[in-house]
Design a protein around this ligand. Structure first.
Ligand code: SF4
Ligand code: SF4
Length: 122
């Protein structure tokens, strides 16, 4: 077998190999799986439970211990936190889960009010 014949046979073999793969479906584009069913909307009570169960306000430098439960993004301003010493709301799972975009709810008010105020301001 000449060098040329050898290269030709290699090329033919490669074509046959990839044609075989395609026949077995390996070369086919994967058909998209069924759309993941949207998560059912949480009830207000479930949201409340989720917020209090996941709130990390207690670890925040602005936190003042006075018997509050946190969850200021939902319940609004704290009665005892008055000084802004940093806010860790962006690291809270509630921020991602609820699609929140603010912080300092303890001094600024709940997320819904902040959103409404922003919408009004244009
Ligand atoms: S986003 Fe902030 S206020 Fe709301 S639950 Fe998380 S840490 Fe607490
Ligand atoms: S709302 Fe933000 S600033 Fe206020 S206590 Fe919670 S994490 Fe800290």
């Amino acid at each position: 077998m000449t060098r040329r014949d050898f290269i030709k046979s290699l090329a033919t073999g490669a074509v046959a190999f990839f044609a075989g793969l395609y026949a077995f479906g390996c070369g086919k584009k994967e058909t998209p799986k069924e759309e993941k069913a949207a998560e059912p909307e949480m009830t207000d009570e479930q949201k409340r439970e989720y917020v209090f169960a996941n709130c990390i306000c207690g670890k925040c430098p602005s936190w003042v211990e006075c018997g509050e439960k946190g969850g200021f993004c939902l319940v609004g301003k704290s009665t005892c936190i008055k000084e802004k010493k940093g806010c860790i709301c962006p690291d809270c799972p509630v921020t991602a889960k609820m699609g929140l975009k603010y912080g300092y709810y303890c001094t600024e008010g709940d997320a819904k009010s902040l959103m409404e105020a922003e919408a009004k301001a244009g």
